[in-house]
Ligand binder design. Structure first.
Ligand code: FAD
Length: 524
């Protein structure tokens, strides 16, 4: 637990999903002093924890070239070739070295000598390795347990990054303005004491994950509000491709189910999408039928829902499975059963939901951003790997590969010198009279942000809808900024400030790009 108000470390990692944990582990092995913070009360809580389907490797009769082709086809050709090359050529080796050998992840096997390779949409080979349908949970738990063994790693939960610390912006020294901008750590709110700490680090790694929860319907946990995009934007780092929000076609439709995803491997294992009347429809939308890429399946479902005036469609595994469903999908089986749906006997009602942000803070092949001292990895980054649309199960691998590479780069170029003195940096400013937070205002502002994005900047966008979203969100931003300046420090108000900025980034990006491609679809 962090006690001082000002701390110094060699490396600050913000977020401890697969990306942050991979970076911390690599740096820990080299002996650097690392602080890892997470806003969550439990270290494991992250999108990573909920990943079900698995992680991409290379299957039998499979080659990096085939994987590259699949990534680029799904990404609609606007992927960064250098990033695709890095993932396809280094991914499998890192999975074997870090996940299998060091963390000992018990990936499922089809025989004692072979891993069980699953199929997912957009992949030309069976190449997804998995721990049944709790892959993310197992990986995350083992990472955290391993990191705890390193005395040079401090894991801090319940601490929310509020702003990246940058010079000259946060400097009291007017001479600092003649130096190039640099990130030197972060202001971090202790969620319990409500006090803001200053953590100095010559290297800061942003690993805060995605922003699905700025939309009304999402597969992400409700805390996934894109804080990293907002902080990096304010700090002056370049952000790209925020219009490419991938919607997952199948999340469970049930009054009481809060964002529960039905993995695409279910369709990979033979399940078919059907209308409420029980008619299959994907063959009318794509040659690949039920295994078409995510964006095509999502729009097809949306169209079917509109055409049949229905709130959901059905996903039928019961009629097609040639295996024991509860054994292959224990988590999905158990969770659906909890809501009264026996997936071995009946189809699952599903709706699309915001799932993954293909854009983000621009990062090169080592995770470097356009701001000195700041690296960015995992979903919050945009390496260009995904182009306009992400190929299923590549994001865990991207987090692992870029997390490890960012730390390798930092370790091999490590330079503790930073052009500032701690005394030159502004302490956090608290207003003289802090206003108490009214939860009704926070809840309503979130509802406005989420429903505006869902209805006007969601699966099918139009110029008019986007303009309307921009106007409504802009007005709300002024209100929230004022509220933020006067209110007591609280993770909820910090989240709201991040959230409205992310909503506007998505909307602006969507307005600026009239070309429908991949996950960004604008109707004439
Ligand atoms: C339901 C679901 C299923 C998925 N299935 C798969 C799959 O099968 N295969 C696959 O490859 N991908 C899958 N994905 C996508 C994948 O899980 C994510 O893209 C990936 O886990 C992101 O990892 P990350 O480390 O970048 O971020 P995360 O795992 O989301 O971690 C973010 C971390 O940042 C912390 N954080 C955020 N903001 C702050 C702040 N302001 N201050 C401090 N800490 C902060 C969080 O608490 C957390 O520790 C799935 C996603 C979901 C939601």
């Amino acid at each position: 637990m962090v006690e001082d108000k000002t701390l110094k470390t060699d490396m600050l990692v913000i977020g401890c999903g697969i990306a942050g944990a991979s970076a911390a582990l690599e740096a820990a092995k080299s002996g650097l002093k690392v602080i890892v913070i997470t806003k969550a009360a439990k270290l494991e809580e992250s999108n990573t924890f909920y990943a079900q389907g698995g992680i991409v490797s290379l299957g039998e009769d499979d080659y990096p070239e085939l994987l590259k082709d699949d990534i680029i086809k799904t990404g609609d050709g606007i992927n960064n070739p250098q990033a695709v090359e890095v993932l396809a050529s280094e991914g499998k080796e890192m999975v074997e070295k870090i996940l299998m050998k060091e963390l000992n992840i018990p990936f499922a096997r089809s025989s004692p000598d072979s891993l069980d390779y699953a199929q997912e949409a957009g992949h030309s080979r069976r190449r997804i390795i998995h721990v049944k349908d709790t892959t993310g949970q197992t990986i995350e738990e083992r990472f955290i347990a391993t990191l705890k063994k390193y005395p040079n790693v401090t894991l801090v939960s319940n601490h929310t990054a509020v702003d990246l610390l940058t010079v000259p912006h946060h400097s009291k020294n007017p001479i600092a303005y003649y130096r190039p901008p640099q990130c030197i750590g972060a202001y971090v709110l202790d969620n319990q004491t409500r006090k803001v700490k200053t953590i100095f680090a010559p290297y800061t790694i942003l690993a805060t994950g995605g922003c699905g929860a700025v939309f009304l319907y999402t597969s992400n946990p409700q805390d996934s509000i894109g804080a990293g995009y907002a902080m990096a934007h304010r700090a002056g780092a370049r952000i790209v491709n925020m219009e490419y929000i991938q919607f997952h076609p199948t999340s469970l439709y049930h009054r009481d189910a809060d964002s529960f995803l039905i993995s695409e491997t279910v369709r990979g294992e033979g399940a078919r999408l059907k209308t409420k009347e029980g008619k299959t429809f994907m063959e009318r939308y794509s040659d690949k039928g039920d295994l078409a890429p995510r964006d095509e399946v999502t729009r097809a479902i949306y169209e079917e829902m509109v055409n049949t005036n229905s709130n959901y469609v059905l996903l039928d595994i019961a009629s097609y499975a040639k295996f024991e469903i509860p054994k292959r999908f224990p988590n999905i089986y158990r969770t659906c059963l909890k809501y009264g749906i026996d997936i071995t006997k009946e189809p699952i009602p599903v709706v699309p939901a915001a799932h993954y942000c293909c854009g983000g803070v621009l990062a090169d092949e080592w995770g470097r951003t356009t701001l000195k001292g700041l690296y960015v990895i995992g979903e919050v980054s945009c390496t260009g790997l995904h182009g306009a649309n992400r190929l299923a199960s590549t994001s865990l691998l991207e987090g692992l590969v870029w997390g490890t590479r960012a730390s390798k780069h930092i370790v091999s170029h490590y330079d503790p010198a930073t052009p500032y003195k701690a005394s030159e940096i502004h302490k956090w400013y608290y207003p003289e009279k802090e206003e108490e937070i009214d939860p009704a205002l926070i809840n309503q502002d979130w509802l406005t942000i989420r429903s505006t994005l869902w209805n006007y900047a969601g699966i099918i966008r139009t110029k008019k809808r986007l303009e309307r979203a921009r106007a409504d969100l802009d007005y709300l931003r002024h209100r929230i900024e004022k509220f933020y300046k006067e209110a007591e420090m609280d993770p909820k108000i910090v989240g709201l400030k991040h959230g409205i900025q992310v909503a506007l980034m998505i909307t602006h990006a969507a307005i600026s790009n009239p070309v429908s491609r991949g996950a960004h679809f604008v109707k004439e």
